[in-house]
Design a protein around this ligand. Structure first.
Ligand code: AMP
Length: 133
């Protein structure tokens, strides 16, 4: 079981931003920016391009609605999207609120926020996501 499957199962805590039957979104614990969110399929698949065509399409649409919620609550020009997957073997899309191109550079030092700030950010994204359903 991957660490992300354990998050979905509730065995490991996460700052939940959105959820539906097949996908889950939560804050990255080492964020590039406030509101940096990970979108994952509940089905455990390592490489994103091993998802079925339908799963990948559905995951992208879910990520779109999470990105819309992020942009509503965090000051940013756009929400950028990236797929790396070199660290955790469970497919995920990174959604990062950007003020400039450099904000999506994964070599940047990671930002630190208090647990209260992380909770407030996740709660705001989740409220925006839920209100648009
Ligand atoms: P990568 O697999 O290279 O796309 O990176 C995995 C990402 O998952 C990194 O940005 C980590 O900070 C993030 N990450 C790892 N464990 C957790 C966790 N328990 N909760 C939230 N984010 C995590």
């Amino acid at each position: 079981m991957t660490i992300f499957s354990r998050i979905v199962a509730g065995e490991i805590p996460s700052y939940k931003c959105a959820e539906n039957e097949h996908f889950y979104a939560f804050l990255d614990i080492n964020p590039l920016a406030k509101g940096h969110t990970l979108v994952i399929p509940k089905r455990e698949v390592d490489y994103i391009f091993d998802l079925t065509d339908q799963e990948l399409a559905d995951m992208q649409v879910f990520a779109k609605h999470v990105a819309i919620a992020i942009k509503k609550v965090l000051p940013c020009i756009k929400v950028g999207q990236a797929v790396l997957g070199l660290e955790v073997p469970h497919a995920h899309i990174h959604l990062v609120p950007m003020q400039s191109e450099g904000d999506l550079n994964f070599a940047n030092p990671k930002k630190q926020f208090t647990p209260e700030e992380m909770q407030q950010t996740a709660d705001a994204i989740r409220a925006a996501y839920d209100s648009a359903l």
